[in-house]
Design a protein around this ligand. Sequence first.
Ligand code: NDP
Length: 330
Amino acid sequence: MTTFKALQIRETDSGTFEQVIVERDLAQLPPGDLLIRVKYSSLNYKDALSASGNRGVTKQFPHTPGIDAAGVVEASSVAEFNVGDEVIVTGYDLGMNTAGGFAQYIRVPAGWALRRPQGLSLREAMVLGTAGLTAALCVDKLEQSGVTPEDGPVLVTGATGGVGSIAVALLAKLGFTVAASTGKAEQGEWLQRLGASQIVARSALQDGAQRPMLKEQWAGAVDTVGGDILFNVVKALRYGGSAACCGLTAGVAFNASVLPFILRGVNLLGVDSVELPLVVKASMWDKLSLQWKVEGLEQLVSEVSLDQLPDAISRILAGQLVGRVLVRID
Ligand code: NDP
């Protein structure tokens, strides 16, 4: 019987949720084509929602979160993968209702796994993780809708977060002028080192909710926060501009009007990194490993072990984290 270490979220008798490190048996993992020895995972906002008992993310507890995992195949029942292959898994049901990457092992369908792109180590892949994939999808959608560096500044909201910080670095690498919006004034210099040319206080984007339109400012935007901020961003897009919408840290409600769409021809682009077809994920990962490879990601990562995760989970829920948290699975 092989046992392994995992972070487990348990519901207590009083209805609260606790995080404990447990020993599990491989036989307790769900059925699947690939048994993967996890080397690295990463912390995303959704993991923190799962860890705090959010039933929109995870219905049944006890549960092991972790929507990202990178590791080595230890057993395979399919021809496409061999023992020893290095793979990455992000999204689908991993870490939601399927035991996730905050553990030494996962077992998943082969249709969720991608061979590690040659230009990225397993560690680098998890520094990016779902956050990096999502940032890349947002930038890709902006480009597809015609936004170019010559059109003017691109705004990133929630800029010190995982998706936001990678979006800032990626856009700067691609030659865009980046405006970074943050609620953490003290992180302005850090955002400038990542590539932002302008820092916008989050509070400035909260003003003007009652006004039908705002002054044209942004050629494009990557919005990771949603809520009233998103509509204020849409109202301040330049004529024909586009905003990619991927997150909800400021709220899920989106009270909008048609005016920016019919007066300025702007576009609101939805981004999902979870159920995206594997072939599209693969093409994004290839880009992230080659022409979109962002150097200097070390400045935005902090590394934790499984034991140190609960503290990082509390901080991401409180909106206090800066950059990405890499989870090293020993
Ligand atoms: P993080 O917690 O790392 O980043 C979120 C950032 O949002 C914070 O750092 C903070 O940035 C800002 N923020 C926090 N609270 C508030 C608030 N109340 N109002 C306004 N801004 C706030 O999360 P991730 O980067 O992992 O994820 C960002 C969002 O994107 C989440 O909602 C997540 O669920 C979503 N997401 C969606 C995906 C998809 O496929 N669509 C995939 C991955 C993530 P600052 O202080 O700099 O303003």
